[in-house]
Design a protein around this ligand. Sequence first.
Ligand SMILES: [Cu+2]
Length: 193
Amino acid sequence: MPGALRLLVAALPLALLAAAACGGIGVGVHDQGRPVLDDGAPGEVGATARATLAAPDGQVMGEVTLTQAPSGVLISAAVTGLAPGAHGFHIHGSGACSPDFTAAGSHFAPGGEPHGFLHEDGPQAGDLPNIHVGEDGKGRADYFTAAVTLDAGPEHSLFDEDGSAFIVHADPDDYLDVASAGARIACGVVERG
Ligand SMILES: [Cu+2]
């Protein structure tokens, strides 16, 4: 299965997402299907998780909420106090933001894919489209991805052994070069609730 098909990410208005959830529009193809626990029990649709984004000095910079859907996870992010423009926004593979943001590790990629929506063997499960910040320093983004799950157990679970974290970067992700997004300016560990 080509990596490009492993991840479905759509930054759609919620109305469209609702329509998609009802089967009103096709939203793409993926090979991970309905999230299923290792014991075969179906995933808990509607389960939620969150991450509070903070700057290196601890100042809160935003909030991310995650909701388990039948075939993936809805992610809603709100940020504040950031420089206007596009910022790389990813799920990183370790649930830690201290002693510094390198503790979050590299991008969540249980399948070992290379980074980038534009990479022919990408993307990684933790790749997400950029979040856009206005002149007021505030930004919002909604995503849907079938590449991760909140269920414990599956390889692509955000609650794997070492957890996961969201990172906001200083610069835009060019969706090809993992270094393009630059410094890590905000971090938040994914927690249930
Ligand atoms: Cu990143």
